[in-house]
Ligand binder design. Structure first.
Ligand SMILES: NC(=O)C1=CN([C@@H]2O[C@H](COP(=O)(O)OP(=O)(O)OC[C@H]3O[C@@H](n4cnc5c(N)ncnc54)[C@H](O)[C@@H]3O)[C@@H](O)[C@H]2O)C=CC1
Ligand SMILES: O=C(O)[C@@H]1CCC=N1
Length: 266
């Protein structure tokens, strides 16, 4: 996800990779960053020392451990007055602030990005921590806008948005794969079936965004009386596809809240 954000920003020319500092204890994960021209380290403290804005882009269960490593490897002055942008699913700004309390003057902004940022088609939201300034929010908005659409939201909505826009790509890939499978089942070659399925999903999504029409109306416009599409819609409804998708969104959002609860106990 960190790379998708960075590449998205780079595409718009807001940064050069020489200004980017990345760390991971796993050297192999740094190879691709190095190839891009970023400065790479295995010690998180070195990145914090040399940066004004730090993206927290680790999995929720390693977050505390990563911060402890910074605390024990840096002096107080080098971690002062930094802006931390957390992309960690589930973790509230309050929880992140508690973990970062030894970093004097630190400000937090929580964002929820998604992987299509990589190609400039991102959909992200952000909310401020208790000490974030207007300048911090402006900076975050500039960064996120360079990678697609973005919106400031109250924090209590972030988990639900995450389930739709950040987990959502996985749900949609499954849908595209299933469409492609259906095409192959009916005799299309895989490559062609996938290309048509993906282009169609993009077009349908643009119709939803570009017209003021309700999805039900757009669907009705495709379904001829007694025709082919309504036969397919009937099969989908028998498969309880709507309920399954709603269940998926609910499960993802509830899991995010669970990750926050678990991180409090770490
Ligand atoms: N993948 C996605 O679509 C999205 C992910 N997120 C959030 O982004 C965060 C990262 O997820 P991904 O990028 O998918 O995972 P990832 O596994 O691709 O990246 C995590 C990175 O953390 C590094 N890492 C592991 N331990 C570390 C440590 N102690 N210190 C520094 N770096 C360490 C790993 O080398 C790896 O490169 C998660 O918190 C996730 O909730 C948020 C929105 C969307
Ligand atoms: O699966 C996850 O936990 C992260 C959050 C949203 C997308 N990936």
């Amino acid at each position: 996800m960190a790379k998708a954000i960075c590449r998205g920003i780079k595409r718009k020319g807001l940064i050069d990779y020489s200004q980017v500092y990345v760390s991971s204890p796993f050297i192999k994960n740094l190879d691709s960053w190095k190839a891009l021209g970023a400065n790479v380290f295995t010690n998180n403290a070195l990145v914090v020392e040399q940066s004004d804005v730090i993206f927290l882009a680790v999995k929720p269960h390693v977050f505390c451990q990563a911060i402890e490593q910074i605390e024990s490897n840096s002096d107080k002055n080098s971690t002062k007055n930094k802006l931390f942008i957390s992309i960690i699913a589930g973790l509230t700004t309050n929880n992140v602030e508690k973990v970062l309390q030894s970093f004097e003057g630190s400000r937090i902004v929580r964002i929820m990005p998604n992987t299509p940022m990589l190609i400039g088609e991102g959909c992200s939201v952000y909310c401020p921590g208790s000490k974030a300034t207007k300048e911090d929010l402006d900076l975050v908005e500039t960064i996120l806008q360079s990678t697609g659409m973005c919106q400031l939201l109250p924090e209590h909505m972030i988990d639900a948005v995450m389930a739709v826009s950040a987990s959502g790509p996985a749900f949609v890939y499954i849908f595209i794969e299933a469409l492609s499978d259906g095409g192959v089942r009916m005799g299309l070659h895989r490559e062609m079936a996938t290309k048509f399925a993906a282009q169609m999903v993009m077009g349908a999504a643009k119709m939803v965004l570009a017209t003021d029409k309700h999805m039900g109306t757009l669907k009705d416009e495709v379904c001829s009386a007694g025709g082919a599409t309504i036969a397919g819609v009937h099969a989908m409804e028998k498969g309880r596809v709507r309920g399954a998708i709603m269940d998926a969104v609910q499960a993802a959002a509830l899991r995010a809240a669970e990750l926050n609860e678990r991180s409090k106990k770490l």
